[in-house]
Design a protein around this ligand. Structure first.
Ligand SMILES: Nc1ncnc2c1ncn2[C@@H]1O[C@H](COP(=O)(O)OP(=O)(O)OP(=O)(O)O)[C@@H](O)[C@H]1O
Ligand SMILES: [Mg+2]
Length: 322
């Protein structure tokens, strides 16, 4: 693999007041042009991991260990001015709710102009670039969009505006945090196709976060599965889908609707709920829900290990006899 664009090592995020661990020793790399999916149930630490990359962790939580190496800098220990210049310019993010990124009382054109000028100063062709950005993301009347306010658009169109804004400065890495979950299925498909097209065109790296393994199947090269704040499995999209080794990943796959099922109903979901990450201690966080678990799983923390398919943090891989 060529040298990574970004390398996250042992990232740990904890609450500031009572030091509860929310993200625990997470390590991964993203290569230039590579698309990586992060999958896991609610609360598994996907968003906090992504926000760490942007230096945008919310109030009340902080990175307490690890490093994020990008362009010779450690983003966890760099000044806010450097972070600000990287955000939007080199690493951009799209969110589930476009209003996280958009200002409700400012015309859309002016908002995108502001993005350009905040990084590049006055730019003679800024208006032209914004209109092109709108047209690239399939907004039918870019001139009208330029003069409009966010509330004058549908959810799907607002999503396109946010994507145009994120791509405006040609970032090297686009982070997408569940940007399609609030949209209806047809619009979801359009947004996914749009992002895939732009990614290929720009050879941009991508980190795509979702609770739905089905979404990333056709979208990414590699998949990271998170559970209770840790990575439990990572592998190529092909290996993870055809030969998952962690029982949790296998469970997620079993709960996906089959293409042959016309009603697209979810058949089996994994019974139970994930534990809070800080309560797990020296055990496998999945052991309470796992049909393969034994005493070792309840008393020892499994670490990621190579196997014939992926890397998985499990003592009893799916490929091993039980
Ligand atoms: N500001 C905060 N203060 C305290 N705890 C927080 C804060 N933000 C998130 N958490 C907790 O950290 C854990 C991980 O949260 P995170 O938002 O990263 O999960 P997620 O995988 O993105 O979940 P979802 O699928 O629901 O978006 C959760 O237990 C959450 O309650
Ligand atoms: Mg989230």
């Amino acid at each position: 693999m060529s040298s990574p664009l970004i390398k996250v090592s042992n990232l740990t995020v904890s609450t500031s007041d009572d030091n509860r661990t929310l993200v625990n020793s997470v390590s991964f790399e993203i290569a230039p042009g590579e698309a990586v999916g992060v999958v896991g149930e609610s609360g598994s630490g996907k968003t906090l991991t992504a926000l760490s990359l942007l230096g945008l962790l919310p109030r009340g939580v902080q990175a307490t260990a690890g490093s994020i190496s990008y362009d010779g800098k450690d983003l966890l220990h760099t000044d806010s001015e450097t972070l600000r210049s990287i955000r939007g310019n080199k690493i951009a993010m799209i969110y589930q709710d476009p209003m996280t990124a958009l200002n409700p009382v400012m015309r859309l054109g002016a908002q995108l102009i502001e993005v350009i000028e905040s990084h590049e100063g006055q730019s003679g062709d800024a208006t032209e670039r914004v209109l092109t950005a709108f047209s690239d993301v399939g907004i039918p009347d870019p001139k009208r969009a330029y003069e409009s306010y966010p509330h004058e658009f549908s959810g799907g169109m607002r999503q396109r505006v946010m994507i145009a804004m994120a791509l405006l400065l040609s970032p090297e890495l686009l982070i997408a945090d569940e940007p399609t979950t609030a949209l209806d299925v047809t619009i979801q498909q359009q947004i996914l196709a749009l992002v895939m097209h732009e990614r290929r065109k720009r050879n941009m790296s991508m980190l795509w976060i979702t609770h739905d393994l089905g979404v990333v199947a056709n979208l990414v090269d590699r998949v990271i599965v998170m559970y209770a704040g840790r990575i439990v499995e990572v592998g190529s999209v092909k290996d993870v889908f055809t030969n998952p080794q962690h029982p949790y990943t296998a469970g997620l796959l079993a709960s996906l609707p089959k293409a042959s099922d016309k009603n697209r109903t979810r058949l089996v979901s994994i019974p139970g709920i994930p534990p809070k990450p800080w309560t797990v201690g020296e055990s496998c966080a999945f052991s309470a829900r796992c049909t393969r678990a034994d005493d070792q799983c309840r008393t020892t923390l499994p670490l990621l290990r190579e196997n014939s398919s992926t890397q998985a943090a499990c003592f009893h891989l799916m490929g091993e006899k039980r």
